[in-house]
Ligand binder design. Structure first.
Ligand SMILES: NC(=O)c1ccc[n+]([C@@H]2O[C@H](COP(=O)([O-])OP(=O)(O)OC[C@H]3O[C@@H](n4cnc5c(N)ncnc54)[C@H](O)[C@@H]3O)[C@@H](O)[C@H]2O)c1
Length: 732
């Protein structure tokens, strides 16, 4: 199949080759085996044309709207059985890009959409990179986010093009840059208007043809650590480089706590490459550098971390294609442009801010002006932060803020396509509000509730059109937490569920569909985890041992800190609901009562188990915490592994029940929910991938030991026993 199309045309005296990439039957361009082969043959043709003097410059375009090249096909990476095979794979890709780089005419990539990984590496091997100013045109090397490192020359050519410091900034974070920013740091050689981009890019090439032929840098010299200028030379001195490597390593360790090997490997490889590359780095030195890179790539591709990160990537890709319905059902949903939020408190304010940020006009209604004021102020604070970080311009700041219309009436609700209810957590209040709301909205309006613990089915029972209603459970803080649980009530229509599912994606969230049952998925799993921490604490296990044990396991924070973050009052409420629903195994510990009495509710009151000092809320363990809660701490009462087992295995046991009761459909849903909703360590692949890595039978043995020691809450569930006697794993 022809995925590339080549046309050579004389423009004035310049022979310009237009090359179009359009991977057939796919939404995005990527390098899979077939494309690599065709690209190799194409380069052979280009080499011949180059020798024959038939081309002066080539411009590569993509025919995919919004996408230039998504990168190498990740399945290809997964297909490598070991480090040596992965290294070979990288070498094959590198060889192709070397041949591309060595073409005797100028090669220019004209990027008007996402250009990631292998696409960015092809761009770096080209004579120049031209980008459009369309916000969709983004370039970057996200490999470390997948647990690998760039393996087709990215580690070699990125530092060469933008300097080591800037290359680290891109490679270690996996972030992408829009055209203007890419131009500013010297990665793109030009950033052109998105209107008539193709024609403008051709004109740019013709204008710069002499420089391109001489392989001169056209874009800016990199500001820091680049090859050019006296300052650049200084920054590239061995001493400065050593400092940059050290700082980069420290930064990575602080961020990842050493749990992700790939950014460290990238630093190591770039450090090694540093000894191989010089101003003229083509030729032998290039090969030595590339071999170092390919070997690093091979080492990383063989790790469990990269396999788990890649599987997680496929999970999120799966969500992109899903519509929230099962059995292949489809309904027609629409892109939302106008919405409304009821209740302007912590969550309502956060949701309104998010909608406005994503370009949706939003009415935000509360019964009191003080509520509205809180909502507006919290949105304002977030937009101000973006402005300060220069993530948005002053104009965008105003536009975003203007999209939120605070109100105490239902004026304007007629035009809302979606309304999200986020009033206080009381069934009577919510039912009354929903009944009232239906008098003011359009018949097609979809209504969702952000309840975290009440029955969606019960709520919709009072509605005139209950089918238009479902749950849309955001997590706090809304702008940070990526998960939305879409709750299907008994009367929720496919349309309502699918519309809210698609809408969640539209505003940048990852949705999972969950059955209407107490605690839905995430809170039902999280509560036993927090409860167990409370029980351990009351038995004398020290917070100073418990929180670090779970941090080391990879959780973003320890369970006691998380209780502070959630709020002791919120936890207490949800805990009681789950205790009512599931009985003894979810009995809340008494450790929290004293703090509740003292109104030490956690971070929001600047005091819980920890105290939060100053404007930055610096966290310190309350010095008198044990006497306040009436516990005698006992150092090393149990070891770190037992702390982790008690907290994590209890969740696995509960997750098995959730699957059995069809709270969610698949193990994938559980893993996505836990990673996106609680920050469960992605490098472990999720709660149930972690379970599979230990083995369900082993987990059952361990649960039985814990049951003997600590009680029935650890009793292996029927659902878990069923899995053990069946396939023996959650994923097969
Ligand atoms: N806070 C969290 O961490 C969290 C997380 C997920 C979901 N939730 C859910 O979100 C909802 C709101 O929680 P919150 O923490 O934002 O509460 P909140 O107390 O901060 O805000 C509730 C707001 O609703 C307003 N309100 C009350 N009655 C109203 C009415 N009839 N019409 C309009 N506004 C009314 C109140 O004045 C208040 O401003 C609850 O259902 C809660 O369970 C909360």
């Amino acid at each position: 199949m022809n995925h590339f199309e080549l046309r050579v045309q004389a423009i004035g005296a310049v022979k310009v080759a237009h090359l179009y990439f359009d991977l057939k039957n796919e939404k995005v361009n990527k390098f899979n085996r077939e494309v690599m082969e065709e690209f190799g043959n194409l380069i052979t043709t280009l080499e011949q044309k180059g020798k024959a003097g038939e081309i002066d410059a080539l411009i590569l375009f993509s025919k995919k709207p919004g996408n230039f090249i998504a990168g190498a096909d990740i399945q290809l990476i997964l297909s490598a059985k070991n480090a040596a095979e992965a290294t070979e794979l990288a070498r094959a890709g590198q060889n192709l890009l070397n041949r591309w780089e060595d073409l005797t005419f100028a090669t220019v990539v004209a990027i008007n959409g996402t250009c990631m990984g292998g696409g960015c590496e092809l761009s770096l091997a080209s004579s120049a990179i031209v980008m459009s100013n369309d916000p969709q045109a983004r370039i970057g090397l996200p490999e470390t986010l997948l647990g690998i490192i760039p393996g087709m020359g990215g580690c070699v050519r990125m530092p060469w093009k933008v300097g080591i410091a800037q290359a680290f900034d891109l490679i270690l974070s996996g972030k992408t840059l829009v055209g203007e920013k890419a131009f500013k740091v010297g990665l793109a050689d030009a950033c052109l208007q998105k209107e008539n981009f193709e024609a403008t890019a051709i004109t740019w090439v013709i204008t710069n043809i002499e420089k391109l032929k001489r392989r001169e840098r056209i874009g800016r010299e990199p500001a820091l650590g680049g090859m050019g200028g006296a300052m650049g030379k200084l920054l590239e001195s061995p001493l400065m480089r050593a400092i940059i490597y050290k700082k980069a390593r420290e930064g990575v360790l602080a961020k990842t706590k050493g749990q992700y090997p790939s950014p460290l490997e990238a630093i190591k490889v770039i450090q090694e490459i540093g000894t191989h590359y010089q101003a003229n780095f083509r030729g032998v030195k290039r090969d030595q550098a590339l071999i170092a890179e390919a070997e690093g790539f091979g080492r990383m591709a063989a790790t469990d971390v990269s396999k788990n990160c890649i599987k997680l990537f496929f999970l999120t890709e799966g969500v992109k294609k899903a519509n929230g319905l099962t059995d292949g059902k489809t309904v027609e949903t629409k892109k939302i442009t106008s919405g409304a939020v009821l209740g302007a408190g912590v969550m309502g304010g956060g949701i309104a801010q998010l909608l406005a940020d994503k370009g949706i006009t939003v009415r935000m209604k509360d019964i009191q002006n003080t509520g509205l004021e809180i909502g507006v102020q919290s949105a304002l604070a977030l937009f101000k932060k973006s402005l300060k970080r220069r993530a948005i311009t002053e104009r965008q700041f105003q536009q975003k803020l203007n999209r939120i219309a605070p109100t105490t009436t239902y004026d304007g609700f007629q035009s809302a396509e979606v309304v999200i209810e986020a009033v206080i957590e009381k069934m009577e209040v919510k039912q009354a509000v929903l009944k009232e709301l239906e008098n003011f909205v359009h018949d097609d309006c979809v209504i969702a509730t952000n309840t975290s613990s009440l029955s969606v089915t019960k709520m919709q029972s009072v509605m005139r059109k209950p089918e238009r209603f479902c749950g849309m459970h955001f997590f706090n803080p809304v702008h940070k937490m990526p998960l939305v649980e879409v709750i299907r009530g008994e009367k929720s229509s496919d349309l309502a569920v699918s519309q809210v599912f698609q809408f969640s994606k539209q505003i940048g969230k990852t949705p999972i569909v969950v059955k209407d049952s107490p605690g839905f998925l995430v809170n039902r799993l999280l509560m036993p985890y927090l409860t167990e921490a409370g029980i351990m604490l009351s038995s004398g296990v020290r917070i100073e041992e418990m929180d670090p044990a779970l941090l080391k396991f990879g959780m973003p924070m320890g369970p006691i800190e998380l209780i502070d973050e959630v709020g002791l009052d919120v936890g207490d409420k949800v805990g009681k609901i789950l205790n009512d629903a599931f009985g003894e195994r979810m009995t809340p510990p008494n450790t929290f009562e004293k703090l509740l009495e003292l109104k030490r509710l956690g971070k929001k009151t600047n005091a819980g188990f920890y105290v939060y000092v100053g404007e930055k809320k610096i966290k310190q363990l309350e010095p008198n915490i044990y006497s306040i809660i009436g516990v005698t701490p006992i150092a090393n009462k149990i070891d770190a592994q037992e702390i982790v087992d008690r907290c994590v295995l209890i969740m696995i046991n509960e997750a098995a029940r959730c699957l059995d009761e069809k709270v969610v459909e698949t193990a994938q849903d559980v893993d996505l929910g836990m990673i996106m909703g609680t920050g469960f360590p992605p490098f472990r692949g999720g709660l149930l991938r972690y379970a599979d890595s230990i083995g369900v039978k082993k987990i059952i043995e361990r649960l039985k030991e814990l049951e003997t020691k600590y009680g029935m809450r650890f009793k292996p569930s029927e659902a878990l026993l069923k899995i053990a006697s069946g396939t023996g794993s959650f994923y097969s």
